[in-house]
Ligand binder design. Structure first.
Ligand code: GDD
Ligand code: MG
Length: 334
């Protein structure tokens, strides 16, 4: 089975982290998001993945130099301009020569979904397209479906206004598609699978969906990216876990780490405390500094306190400074 993985977005909501690292390459438990995602596809029968990219593939080629990611063969399709989700799927599927049933995944989603079960469901229903669903309390930030008793999608609504969603079942970002779906997408144009293609397939009666209660998380916002790391550390994933401290981190013997993922090459000074936080490669936490509920790529000075904040590679907190609820450098600043 072949797959297209969408990795062309800019990761705007994860700035300033994505100023220096593309969203799919940000590590969750020391391993890039995209590698954990591809590992789960490979576990359930995907043998080749095409990354649908809207920008240069160099960081990916450098990270996966032998043309494999998590043991799965890799190809790249780089759009001349961003084609939105459906446009990107068509472009990548053509580049890879896909002419049979295939899998698509949003590149920022981490899930334990058994993809082979989704393929089986798709075939059993003779579907043209099948979507993986997850139930959530507030569906307004997602694609939402109304289903009939047979699992057929009657309606697909992308990001409905709060209070208007037809159910609590959301598009979880993994699909099984027939090649006939590609023919519905205008070539070389910006087309959204969520706003255009899925509603059209649903109207023709060929869109199905399967809900599961597997682990699922969209890593696209800082608090969720942090959560993905802490969940893995806490053992909430079915197949994976991670060590709290990367072997190549330098942590002072009397530093206190509580629910912390401390990445490769980071430094944590004497008497520092890091709690419910992620330190990414490049991070330096000074002596006696306290970091809680934060993601840090930059530098925290001695004795500083950082709470519920995101420091990008160029983010600096001065010695003794107290920071709460900030992003540095400020992505909305000039
Ligand atoms: N190649 C390419 N080109 N990829 C793109 C483009 C593009 O023009 N635009 C977006 N993508 C990729 C993103 O990188 C991401 O992996 C995926 O498509 C989805 O885009 P997001 O920007 O993350 O969308 P979202 O999270 O708001 O909503 C999507 O995911 C939800 C589940 O997490 C939708 O599919 C929703 O329906 C869904 O519920
Ligand atoms: Mg997303």
């Amino acid at each position: 089975m072949r797959a297209v993985v969408l990795v062309g977005g800019f990761g705007t909501r994860l700035r300033p982290l994505t100023n220096s690292v593309p969203k799919p390459m940000l590590p969750v438990g020391h391993v890039p998001i995209i590698e954990r995602l591809v590992a789960n596809l490979g576990r359930y029968g995907v043998t080749e993945v095409t990354f649908a990219l809207g920008f240069k593939p160099e960081p990916f080629v450098a990270a996966f130099p032998d043309g494999h990611c998590a043991g799965v063969a890799l190809r790249y399709a780089v759009e001349p301009e961003p084609l939105d989700t459906a446009g990107a799927i068509r472009f990548a599927a053509e580049a890879a020569g896909i002419d049979d049933t295939f899998v698509v995944a949003n590149g920022d989603v981490l899930t334990d979904l058994d993809v082979s079960a989704l393929v089986d469901f798709h075939r059993a229903h003779d579907a043209e397209a099948t979507i993986h669903l997850i139930g959530v309390p507030d569906p307004s930030a997602f694609g939402v479906v109304a289903l009939d008793d047979a699992g057929r999608v009657e309606r697909f609504v992308e990001k409905p206004a709060p209070g208007t969603a037809p159910s609590n079942l959301i598009n979880a970002g993994t699909y099984v598609l027939e090649p006939s779906v590609l023919a519905r997408i205008a070539a070389g144009q910006k087309v959204s699978i969520e706003r255009v293609t899925f509603p059209a397939v649903a109207a023709d009666g060929g869109l199905y969906a399967m809900a599961t209660d597997d682990y699922w998380l969209d890593t696209g916002r800082p608090e969720l990216y942090l959560q993905a790391n802490l969940d893995l550390l806490a053992g909430l994933r079915r197949h994976d876990t991670c060590a709290p401290v990367h072997p190549a981190a330098r942590v002072a013997p009397d530093a206190v780490l509580v629910q912390a993922v401390v990445g490769e090459g980071t430094q944590v000074g004497a008497g520092a405390r890091v709690e419910r936080s992620v330190l990414l490669p490049g991070a330096v936490v000074g002596d006696r500094a306290v970091v809680t509920d934060s993601v840090v790529m930059g530098r925290v000075g001695a004795g500083a306190e950082v709470r519920a904040s995101v420091l990008g590679a160029d983010g600096v907190v001065a010695p003794g400074e107290h920071v709460g609820g900030e992003r540095r450098p400020d992505p909305d600043g000039t």
